[in-house]
Design a protein around this ligand. Structure first.
Ligand SMILES: [Zn+2]
Length: 295
Protein backbone atom coordinates (compact mmCIF):
# COMPACT_ATOMS: atom_id res chain seq x y z
CA UNK A 1 0.00 0.00 0.00
CA UNK A 2 2.83 2.33 0.95
CA UNK A 3 4.41 1.69 -2.43
CA UNK A 4 1.26 2.73 -4.24
CA UNK A 5 1.03 5.93 -2.25
CA UNK A 6 4.60 6.77 -3.21
CA UNK A 7 3.87 6.00 -6.85
CA UNK A 8 0.78 8.17 -6.77
CA UNK A 9 2.84 10.97 -5.23
CA UNK A 10 5.46 10.71 -7.91
CA UNK A 11 2.92 10.80 -10.68
CA UNK A 12 1.22 13.79 -9.17
CA UNK A 13 4.52 15.58 -9.88
CA UNK A 14 5.55 13.87 -13.07
CA UNK A 15 2.32 13.89 -15.05
CA UNK A 16 1.89 17.68 -15.00
CA UNK A 17 5.54 17.99 -16.00
CA UNK A 18 5.03 15.58 -18.87
CA UNK A 19 2.07 17.57 -20.11
CA UNK A 20 3.96 20.78 -19.69
CA UNK A 21 6.70 19.67 -22.08
CA UNK A 22 4.16 18.97 -24.82
CA UNK A 23 2.14 22.12 -24.43
CA UNK A 24 1.78 24.18 -27.57
CA UNK A 25 2.21 27.94 -27.18
CA UNK A 26 -1.24 29.50 -26.98
CA UNK A 27 -2.55 33.07 -26.79
CA UNK A 28 -0.95 35.11 -24.05
CA UNK A 29 -3.15 35.29 -20.99
CA UNK A 30 -3.51 38.59 -19.13
CA UNK A 31 -2.57 37.16 -15.75
CA UNK A 32 0.52 36.55 -13.69
CA UNK A 33 1.28 33.07 -15.00
CA UNK A 34 5.01 32.34 -15.15
CA UNK A 35 6.79 33.15 -18.41
CA UNK A 36 8.03 30.34 -20.62
CA UNK A 37 11.53 30.63 -19.24
CA UNK A 38 10.20 30.71 -15.66
CA UNK A 39 8.06 27.65 -16.34
CA UNK A 40 11.03 25.87 -17.80
CA UNK A 41 13.09 26.75 -14.77
CA UNK A 42 10.38 25.54 -12.39
CA UNK A 43 10.02 22.40 -14.44
CA UNK A 44 13.76 21.78 -14.42
CA UNK A 45 13.95 22.39 -10.69
CA UNK A 46 11.15 19.91 -10.05
CA UNK A 47 12.83 17.38 -12.26
CA UNK A 48 16.16 17.82 -10.60
CA UNK A 49 14.55 17.52 -7.17
CA UNK A 50 12.77 14.33 -8.11
CA UNK A 51 15.73 12.74 -9.78
CA UNK A 52 18.14 13.54 -6.99
CA UNK A 53 15.95 13.09 -3.93
CA UNK A 54 13.80 10.04 -4.60
CA UNK A 55 15.37 7.16 -2.73
CA UNK A 56 13.17 4.46 -4.17
CA UNK A 57 12.12 3.12 -7.53
CA UNK A 58 8.92 4.07 -9.23
CA UNK A 59 6.83 1.62 -11.20
CA UNK A 60 6.17 2.97 -14.70
CA UNK A 61 4.36 -0.07 -16.07
CA UNK A 62 5.62 0.73 -19.57
CA UNK A 63 6.63 -1.38 -22.51
CA UNK A 64 8.95 -0.36 -25.34
CA UNK A 65 9.07 -2.01 -28.74
CA UNK A 66 12.38 -2.66 -30.44
CA UNK A 67 12.92 -3.37 -34.12
CA UNK A 68 16.33 -4.88 -34.87
CA UNK A 69 17.98 -4.31 -38.25
CA UNK A 70 20.73 -6.80 -38.92
CA UNK A 71 23.14 -6.08 -41.76
CA UNK A 72 24.01 -9.49 -43.19
CA UNK A 73 27.63 -10.29 -43.96
CA UNK A 74 29.01 -11.16 -47.39
CA UNK A 75 27.92 -14.78 -46.91
CA UNK A 76 24.37 -13.62 -46.22
CA UNK A 77 24.60 -14.52 -42.53
CA UNK A 78 23.76 -12.47 -39.41
CA UNK A 79 27.01 -13.47 -37.66
CA UNK A 80 26.97 -12.59 -33.96
CA UNK A 81 23.57 -10.91 -34.31
CA UNK A 82 21.80 -14.26 -34.49
CA UNK A 83 18.28 -14.69 -33.03
CA UNK A 84 19.64 -16.31 -29.85
CA UNK A 85 21.96 -13.37 -29.16
CA UNK A 86 19.18 -10.85 -29.75
CA UNK A 87 16.85 -12.73 -27.39
CA UNK A 88 19.58 -12.86 -24.74
CA UNK A 89 20.17 -9.12 -25.08
CA UNK A 90 16.45 -8.37 -24.65
CA UNK A 91 16.39 -10.63 -21.58
CA UNK A 92 19.29 -8.70 -20.08
CA UNK A 93 17.55 -5.39 -20.79
CA UNK A 94 14.41 -6.63 -19.09
CA UNK A 95 16.37 -7.82 -16.07
CA UNK A 96 18.03 -4.42 -15.68
CA UNK A 97 14.78 -2.44 -16.03
CA UNK A 98 12.40 -4.70 -14.10
CA UNK A 99 12.92 -2.64 -10.95
CA UNK A 100 11.11 0.31 -12.56
CA UNK A 101 8.50 -1.96 -14.22
CA UNK A 102 9.74 -1.31 -17.75
CA UNK A 103 9.70 -4.08 -20.32
CA UNK A 104 11.30 -4.25 -23.75
CA UNK A 105 9.91 -6.40 -26.50
CA UNK A 106 11.58 -7.43 -29.73
CA UNK A 107 8.86 -6.79 -32.32
CA UNK A 108 10.73 -7.96 -35.37
CA UNK A 109 14.15 -8.46 -36.87
CA UNK A 110 14.73 -7.08 -40.35
CA UNK A 111 17.66 -8.48 -42.33
CA UNK A 112 19.40 -6.08 -44.70
CA UNK A 113 21.26 -8.00 -47.37
CA UNK A 114 23.50 -5.24 -48.74
CA UNK A 115 26.66 -6.29 -46.91
CA UNK A 116 28.54 -3.11 -47.84
CA UNK A 117 26.55 -1.44 -45.04
CA UNK A 118 28.05 -3.87 -42.52
CA UNK A 119 31.17 -1.68 -42.55
CA UNK A 120 29.17 1.24 -41.22
CA UNK A 121 30.68 4.63 -42.02
CA UNK A 122 28.69 7.02 -39.87
CA UNK A 123 28.79 10.15 -42.08
CA UNK A 124 27.26 8.34 -45.07
CA UNK A 125 25.92 4.88 -44.24
CA UNK A 126 23.78 6.18 -41.41
CA UNK A 127 21.69 8.43 -43.65
CA UNK A 128 21.34 5.87 -46.43
CA UNK A 129 20.24 3.01 -44.19
CA UNK A 130 18.14 4.79 -41.60
CA UNK A 131 16.16 6.65 -44.27
CA UNK A 132 15.18 3.34 -45.90
CA UNK A 133 14.88 1.06 -42.91
CA UNK A 134 13.23 2.66 -39.91
CA UNK A 135 10.10 2.12 -37.85
CA UNK A 136 8.54 5.23 -36.38
CA UNK A 137 7.97 5.49 -32.65
CA UNK A 138 9.94 2.38 -31.79
CA UNK A 139 13.53 1.87 -30.73
CA UNK A 140 15.46 1.05 -33.91
CA UNK A 141 18.65 -0.93 -33.23
CA UNK A 142 21.05 -1.41 -36.16
CA UNK A 143 23.53 -4.25 -35.77
CA UNK A 144 26.60 -3.93 -37.95
CA UNK A 145 30.07 -5.46 -38.20
CA UNK A 146 32.13 -2.34 -37.55
CA UNK A 147 31.54 1.37 -37.08
CA UNK A 148 33.78 4.11 -38.43
CA UNK A 149 33.29 7.60 -37.08
CA UNK A 150 35.51 10.50 -36.24
CA UNK A 151 36.63 11.72 -32.84
CA UNK A 152 35.04 12.70 -30.44
CA UNK A 153 32.44 10.07 -31.18
CA UNK A 154 32.50 6.84 -29.24
CA UNK A 155 33.63 3.59 -30.75
CA UNK A 156 31.61 0.39 -30.98
CA UNK A 157 28.25 2.12 -30.96
CA UNK A 158 26.32 5.37 -30.82
CA UNK A 159 22.88 6.80 -30.23
CA UNK A 160 21.15 10.10 -29.51
CA UNK A 161 20.08 11.83 -26.33
CA UNK A 162 16.34 12.49 -26.00
CA UNK A 163 15.06 15.62 -27.75
CA UNK A 164 15.68 18.72 -25.66
CA UNK A 165 12.26 20.22 -26.46
CA UNK A 166 8.98 19.14 -28.10
CA UNK A 167 9.94 21.10 -31.23
CA UNK A 168 13.04 18.98 -31.83
CA UNK A 169 12.48 15.85 -33.93
CA UNK A 170 13.56 12.85 -31.89
CA UNK A 171 16.02 10.29 -33.22
CA UNK A 172 15.19 6.75 -32.22
CA UNK A 173 18.25 4.96 -33.54
CA UNK A 174 20.95 2.99 -31.78
CA UNK A 175 23.81 1.60 -33.85
CA UNK A 176 25.92 -1.18 -32.34
CA UNK A 177 28.68 -3.45 -33.48
CA UNK A 178 27.28 -7.00 -33.40
CA UNK A 179 29.99 -8.39 -31.15
CA UNK A 180 29.17 -5.73 -28.53
CA UNK A 181 25.60 -6.91 -28.15
CA UNK A 182 26.44 -9.42 -25.44
CA UNK A 183 30.11 -8.96 -24.58
CA UNK A 184 30.86 -8.14 -20.91
CA UNK A 185 27.23 -8.73 -20.04
CA UNK A 186 25.95 -6.21 -22.64
CA UNK A 187 27.97 -3.34 -21.18
CA UNK A 188 28.22 -1.27 -24.40
CA UNK A 189 24.60 -1.93 -25.34
CA UNK A 190 23.35 -0.85 -21.91
CA UNK A 191 25.63 2.21 -22.01
CA UNK A 192 23.84 3.39 -25.15
CA UNK A 193 20.40 2.53 -23.79
CA UNK A 194 21.41 4.83 -20.91
CA UNK A 195 22.21 7.67 -23.33
CA UNK A 196 18.99 7.01 -25.26
CA UNK A 197 17.04 7.60 -22.04
CA UNK A 198 18.92 10.75 -21.10
CA UNK A 199 21.99 9.69 -19.13
CA UNK A 200 25.33 11.42 -19.56
CA UNK A 201 28.73 9.90 -18.92
CA UNK A 202 29.86 9.90 -15.32
CA UNK A 203 32.84 11.99 -16.49
CA UNK A 204 30.73 14.55 -18.43
CA UNK A 205 30.35 18.14 -17.25
CA UNK A 206 26.89 19.76 -17.37
CA UNK A 207 28.17 23.29 -16.75
CA UNK A 208 31.49 23.70 -18.58
CA UNK A 209 31.15 27.50 -18.49
CA UNK A 210 30.63 27.66 -14.73
CA UNK A 211 33.89 27.85 -12.79
CA UNK A 212 34.62 25.72 -9.74
CA UNK A 213 37.12 26.97 -7.16
CA UNK A 214 39.45 25.21 -6.73
CA UNK A 215 39.37 23.96 -10.34
CA UNK A 216 39.81 20.33 -11.37
CA UNK A 217 43.29 19.02 -12.25
CA UNK A 218 44.57 19.82 -15.77
CA UNK A 219 42.86 17.81 -18.48
CA UNK A 220 39.84 16.86 -16.35
CA UNK A 221 36.51 18.09 -17.75
CA UNK A 222 34.33 17.21 -14.75
CA UNK A 223 34.40 19.88 -12.03
CA UNK A 224 32.59 17.65 -9.56
CA UNK A 225 34.36 17.25 -6.24
CA UNK A 226 34.89 13.87 -4.65
CA UNK A 227 33.10 15.11 -1.51
CA UNK A 228 29.92 15.64 -3.55
CA UNK A 229 29.48 19.24 -2.42
CA UNK A 230 28.83 20.53 -5.97
CA UNK A 231 27.29 17.37 -7.45
CA UNK A 232 24.06 19.07 -8.54
CA UNK A 233 25.74 21.70 -10.71
CA UNK A 234 28.84 19.89 -11.95
CA UNK A 235 29.83 16.52 -13.34
CA UNK A 236 26.82 14.59 -14.67
CA UNK A 237 24.44 16.46 -12.33
CA UNK A 238 23.65 13.32 -10.36
CA UNK A 239 24.86 12.91 -6.79
CA UNK A 240 25.04 9.17 -6.40
CA UNK A 241 27.50 8.73 -9.27
CA UNK A 242 31.02 9.35 -8.00
CA UNK A 243 33.16 12.19 -9.39
CA UNK A 244 34.89 10.76 -12.47
CA UNK A 245 38.04 12.34 -13.95
CA UNK A 246 38.04 9.80 -16.83
CA UNK A 247 41.82 9.91 -17.32
CA UNK A 248 44.65 9.24 -14.92
CA UNK A 249 44.06 12.10 -12.47
CA UNK A 250 44.43 10.85 -8.92
CA UNK A 251 42.92 13.66 -6.83
CA UNK A 252 40.40 16.47 -7.40
CA UNK A 253 41.05 20.21 -6.99
CA UNK A 254 40.63 19.91 -3.21
CA UNK A 255 43.15 17.09 -3.03
CA UNK A 256 40.60 14.35 -2.34
CA UNK A 257 41.36 11.06 -4.05
CA UNK A 258 39.03 10.01 -6.83
CA UNK A 259 37.12 6.78 -6.37
CA UNK A 260 36.09 6.23 -9.97
CA UNK A 261 32.67 4.75 -10.70
CA UNK A 262 34.15 1.83 -12.63
CA UNK A 263 31.05 -0.29 -11.97
CA UNK A 264 28.73 2.22 -13.63
CA UNK A 265 27.37 1.64 -17.13
CA UNK A 266 27.87 5.30 -17.94
CA UNK A 267 31.59 5.26 -17.15
CA UNK A 268 34.12 4.15 -19.76
CA UNK A 269 34.93 1.02 -17.78
CA UNK A 270 34.43 -2.29 -19.53
CA UNK A 271 33.57 -4.00 -16.25
CA UNK A 272 30.52 -1.96 -15.38
CA UNK A 273 27.35 -3.64 -14.20
CA UNK A 274 24.93 -1.12 -12.74
CA UNK A 275 22.93 2.08 -12.94
CA UNK A 276 22.47 4.09 -9.74
CA UNK A 277 19.14 5.06 -8.17
CA UNK A 278 19.33 8.59 -9.56
CA UNK A 279 20.19 7.26 -13.00
CA UNK A 280 17.06 5.06 -12.87
CA UNK A 281 15.07 8.07 -11.70
CA UNK A 282 16.40 10.15 -14.58
CA UNK A 283 15.59 7.45 -17.14
CA UNK A 284 12.11 6.95 -15.67
CA UNK A 285 11.46 10.67 -16.01
CA UNK A 286 12.64 10.72 -19.63
CA UNK A 287 10.53 7.64 -20.44
CA UNK A 288 7.34 9.48 -19.51
CA UNK A 289 8.33 12.86 -20.95
CA UNK A 290 10.81 13.28 -23.82
CA UNK A 291 10.55 9.62 -24.90
CA UNK A 292 6.86 9.31 -24.10
CA UNK A 293 5.90 9.07 -27.81
CA UNK A 294 7.51 5.64 -28.16
CA UNK A 295 5.26 2.61 -28.53
ZN1 LIG B 1 28.74 7.14 -24.20
Amino acid sequence: MKKFVLIALLFSFLVPLAQNTQKKPGPKKPNTAPSVSQSKQISNNHTQNLVTTLTHDTCLNRKFSIVFYVILDSAGLPGQANPGAIAQFVDTLNNRFRRICVKFESCSTVYISNHSYAEWYRPTTDTIVTSQWHTDKTINIYLVDSIYQNFPYEVQGYTYLPPSSPTVTPKDNIVLEKWQLLVNNCVISLHHIGHFFGLLHTHDEINPGLAAAPPPPPGVASKEYVDGSNCLIHGDGLCDTEADPLGGAVADGKGDFYLKPVDNYMSFSSNSCRFTQQQYNRMAYIMITARRYLH
